[in-house]
Design a protein. Structure first.
Length: 101
C-alpha cells in the first residue's frame, strides 16, 4: 500500500509490530537514513530476495528508498513472497521531512 509521508510515519509510530525497511544502497544509507531502519540493498538481486525471505512475515513493513520506486517494487515482491502488510513511502527520502541519522 502506498502512503503519503504523514500517514506512513504516523502509522509506523503507532504500530507495535512495525519494521522500517530501507532498500537503498549502502552509499545512500551512509549519506542519510531514518533511525531504526534495517537496510537490504534492492540492487543485490538474488541476495536481496534471499534476505527478504528471512524476514518475519508476521511483521508490518514500512518500506522506503530514494524516490518511492524501488520501495514500491519491493512491496509488490514482498506480497508475492507472502508478506501481508507492506507500506510504501511515496516520494521516499527525496521528500522526507521526518527524523534522520
Amino acid at each position: 500500500m502506498d502512503l503519503q509521508q504523514d500517514q506512513w510515519w504516523e502509522n509506523y509510530q503507532k504500530d507495535e509490530n512495525a519494521v522500517l525497511l530501507d532498500v537503498r544502497s549502502e552509499e545512500e544509507v551512509e549519506e542519510i537514513a531514518i533511525p531504526q531502519a534495517i537496510n537490504i540493498d534492492f540492487y543485490k538481486g538474488q541476495e536481496f530476495l534471499n534476505e527478504l525471505e528471512q524476514l518475519d512475515k508476521n511483521k508490518n513493513y514500512y518500506v522506503y528508498c530514494r524516490s518511492g520506486n524501488r520501495s514500491g517494487q519491493t512491496c509488490m515482491l514482498m506480497k508475492q513472497l507472502g508478506f501481508e502488510n507492506t507500506f510504501n513511502l511515496i516520494g521516499g527520502m527525496n521528500e522526507w521531512e521526518g527524523p534522520t541519522k
